[in-house]
Design a protein around this ligand. Sequence first.
Ligand code: HEM
Ligand SMILES: *[C@@H]1O[C@H](CO)[C@@H](O)[C@H](O)[C@H]1NC(C)=O
Ligand SMILES: *[C@@H]1O[C@H](CO)[C@@H](O)[C@H](O)[C@H]1NC(C)=O
Ligand SMILES: *[C@@H]1O[C@H](CO)[C@@H](O)[C@H](O)[C@H]1NC(C)=O
Ligand SMILES: *[C@@H]1O[C@H](CO)[C@@H](O)[C@H](O)[C@H]1NC(C)=O
Ligand SMILES: *[C@@H]1O[C@H](CO)[C@@H](O)[C@H](O)[C@H]1NC(C)=O
Ligand SMILES: *[C@@H]1O[C@H](CO)[C@@H](O)[C@H](O)[C@H]1NC(C)=O
Ligand SMILES: *[C@@H]1O[C@H](CO)[C@@H](O)[C@H](O)[C@H]1NC(C)=O
Ligand SMILES: *[C@@H]1O[C@H](CO)[C@@H](O)[C@H](O)[C@H]1NC(C)=O
Ligand SMILES: CC(=O)N[C@H]1CO[C@H](CO)[C@@H](O)[C@@H]1O
Length: 324
Amino acid sequence: MKVNILLLICVVSGILVACEGGQLRKCFYEKTCPSAEDIVRDVTWNHVSSNPRLPAKLLRMHFHDCFVRGCDGSILLNSTANNTAEKAAVPNLSLSGFDVIDDIKEKLEQKCPGVVSCADILALAARDSVSFQYNKSMWEVLTGRRDGTISLVREALINIPAPFFNFTQLKQSFARKNLTVHDLVVLSGGHTIGVGGCPSFSNRLYNFTGKGDQDPSLNATYAELLKTKCRSLKDNTTFVEMDPGSARNFDSSYYNVVKQHKGLFQSDAVLLTNKGASNIVAELEDLNKFFTEFAQSMKRMGAVEVLTGTSGQIRKKCWAVNSS
Ligand code: HEM
Ligand SMILES: *[C@@H]1O[C@H](CO)[C@@H](O)[C@H](O)[C@H]1NC(C)=O
Ligand SMILES: *[C@@H]1O[C@H](CO)[C@@H](O)[C@H](O)[C@H]1NC(C)=O
Ligand SMILES: *[C@@H]1O[C@H](CO)[C@@H](O)[C@H](O)[C@H]1NC(C)=O
Ligand SMILES: *[C@@H]1O[C@H](CO)[C@@H](O)[C@H](O)[C@H]1NC(C)=O
Ligand SMILES: *[C@@H]1O[C@H](CO)[C@@H](O)[C@H](O)[C@H]1NC(C)=O
Ligand SMILES: *[C@@H]1O[C@H](CO)[C@@H](O)[C@H](O)[C@H]1NC(C)=O
Ligand SMILES: *[C@@H]1O[C@H](CO)[C@@H](O)[C@H](O)[C@H]1NC(C)=O
Ligand SMILES: *[C@@H]1O[C@H](CO)[C@@H](O)[C@H](O)[C@H]1NC(C)=O
Ligand SMILES: CC(=O)N[C@H]1CO[C@H](CO)[C@@H](O)[C@@H]1O
């Protein structure tokens, strides 16, 4: 019954919004695997219910996937004897996240073998994991992505923006993906959930310009608190919530954090250094505004350089390309 209702929604909305978002579309699997989106959601929600950190892991994984060779599931590929994969660039992107994708893929292969791409699974699972707390879909995910066959650690290092980037560098990094400053500010809101390790920001506490100094743009009161967590530049084991007190809550409080000069990374703080961007920060403190804008920017990010039609392949296992 659930599936039938979904199908009806797909047919009706499919007629209303034909071919939106380039070649990706709504309900790509409605004929080939009608329960695909239900399966992704059910398996994801099962995992999130016992692992509240998962939404942050999967959301970040999807972002990294899209920024390296487009959203083609290349982040999911394992290194081989001959090749060091993207994964290796972010060793702590989270094992639990990869396991969940593998679990979803296994269940989809049982139901409709060779149909649903790993790239789509990641895009859907990122959405569903974040949506769990609200018991509804927080943004629309168009589908029809196909899987890439190449994953290079070098490309990950070049394409993924660093937490030490200034505003100009962030803007350029997003522009290379055809994403705007507006997308940059909106998608940075992903930092409303999850944690960051000390090495990603402790230079701001102890050696900002190489003179043993502190980042003047960081709230001094907050810096003292952070120093009690990251005891020195050597601490590479401690993790800190990016949205303190609300790090498992997908809400707009990140923007309030940034406004109070408590953004954890330099890349968060510099959103205040540009007039246009800081205006957007102020606007997005409004929860409904944030939800609406986040949904739109995720749609744009989820369409970056996607493989569609007959490009790429549908992997049998998400961690390896198909052996021919
Ligand atoms: C604007 C450029 C961005 C930079 C420089 C950046 C940087 C980072 C860094 C350094 C971390 C912590 C990694 C660690 O220390 O372990 C992190 C975590 C995270 N990022 Fe970003 N990020 C950016 C954009 C995004 C976007 C667009 C999203 C998703 C929409 C996102 C979602 C996340 C999430 C959810 C986490 C927490 C992961 C966890 O808890 O394991 N980030 N980011
Ligand atoms: C693939 O890599 C993940 C970690 O990224 C690891 O847990 C898994 O065991 C690997 N799978 C295989 C089949 O080697
Ligand atoms: C690795 O490279 C060697 C030599 O270039 C080649 O014979 C082998 O097939 C490659 N293995 C894989 C898994 O690509
Ligand atoms: C979640 O939503 C579904 C249908 O939208 C509803 O049947 C269910 O009771 C809700 N669950 C909770 C825990 O609110
Ligand atoms: C941003 O960083 C780049 C590279 O380090 C540097 O060339 C540029 O001057 C910086 N821009 C600003 C506004 O600080
Ligand atoms: C950005 O847009 C241009 C023009 O439409 C297109 O040629 C290019 O491939 C796009 N780049 C990305 C990364 O999507
Ligand atoms: C701070 O940075 C400077 C310049 O990069 C470096 O020479 C110095 O060793 C650093 N201090 C510490 C405590 O790491
Ligand atoms: C932390 O640093 C130590 C010493 O520099 C190193 O041996 C260790 O592998 C690092 N641990 C992590 C999790 O990066
Ligand atoms: C710094 O943090 C304190 C305490 O958390 C807060 O009251 C204050 O408004 C913040 N300062 C700035 C400049 O935002
Ligand atoms: C190797 C490594 O850095 N592992 C860390 C990954 O992140 C978790 C918390 O999210 C830490 O507990 C691990 O130590």
